[in-house]
Write a protein that binds this ligand. Sequence first.
Ligand SMILES: [Zn+2]
Length: 246
Amino acid sequence: MPSDATDKCFLCGSTENLTRDHIPPKGLFPKPRPSNLYTVPCCEPCNNGASKEDEYFRVAASCLINAHPTGKASFERVVESTLPSRRIAKQIAKLRDNVEPVTLRTPDGDIEARRHLFDASMICRVLVRITKGFLAASHPELDTSNLDFEITHIDQFRTNSLAESGIPEHFTQWGAGNGVYEQYRAASAEDYGRGMMVHVFYGAAVWMVRYQSGTGLMTSSQHPGWSESAPGSPADIKNSLNKCKS
Ligand SMILES: [Zn+2]
């Protein structure tokens, strides 16, 4: 697609081989894809590098929640319809090798869950890229290369912190794809480069990304094991994973 001479890649700043990248990545959405996604200029090397990470992210985010009704439904609706089954099996195999059982203490008693040891840096990169994409779409003049990003996974099974935080009431909300993606954001009125974006995928996988000017650092408060996640018996988990193997 042709681009303006003033356009530059929202990730590396290159002005060559530009394409338009969808934010959030369109592969996250089943067809027909929502028409309200943003597009930002992105160079081909950055764009190609992103698609593998997006694939991992899609499977990882939905596995985080596959014992959750919303997650289960979205796995079938989104992942199975956007990835060839061979690719899903490969990603699932990678995730299965990195799951261990864990007991969660909740106000309702102990529940069986599992701990995913995700490739956190890959997940962080996807979240930072999505955050930068939204910033580039709304503030093209902002240089995001020097921003620091801090990523926190919000475990909805451990706390109701998103609901209790007041974020849904007080932040600006945006969403796409009937619950596939929801966002809550707030930024400083004086400095667009300082704020917070909460990304909610499939109604249950939630990450908070804070950003402010700095030196381009990316930090995560839960590195490298992401979270204790969806409750479910080991048999349930095995079944839902096996389903993808065929
Ligand atoms: Zn680039």
